[in-house]
Ligand binder design. Structure first.
Ligand SMILES: [Zn+2]
Ligand SMILES: [Zn+2]
Length: 132
């Protein structure tokens, strides 16, 4: 089980299963949403996510059609993403986790949109565009 919480602690949930598909996304939307060079994320089965508190504090912003990014409206932390195309999956920002998910990002995507001030210094595969 993995615990997750936002910066203010108002939102907490548990993932009672394994994450998969961890990667680093360098697209401009992720960079702005995270306020960082990239977003590290993985997928969780929505049926395995259990809210502990604060679900009512989560607001969703539709950053592209069908992609809803949830954030804590008190502290602004990214909480999870949900997708109209596949409600069985949530996108989990790894930065919200309080526990080690055991998996590690395996690739960089949207590297063509990478921040000019950031240099990728690992040997993971780099994809110019999105998931494939
Ligand atoms: Zn919060
Ligand atoms: Zn992205």
């Amino acid at each position: 089980m993995l615990k997750a919480s936002c910066l203010c602690g108002g939102v907490r949930y548990e993932i009672r299963g394994a994450l998969r598909g961890a990667l680093n996304c360098h697209c401009s939307t992720c960079r702005k949403a995270q306020g960082a060079a990239f977003r590290s994320r993985a997928a969780a089965r929505s049926a395995e996510l259990v809210w502990i508190c604060g679900e009512q504090l989560v607001s969703f912003y539709q950053s592209s059609p069908g992609n809803h990014r949830g954030f804590c409206r008190i502290c602004g932390s990214p909480i999870l993403s949900r997708f109209d195309a596949d409600p069985s999956i949530f996108g989990i920002p790894l930065g919200i986790l309080d526990d080690d998910p055991q998996i590690r990002p395996k690739r960089h995507i949207h590297v063509a949109s990478k921040a000019p001030w950031f240099t990728i210094a690992d040997d993971l595969p780099q994809h110019p565009e999105g998931p494939s």
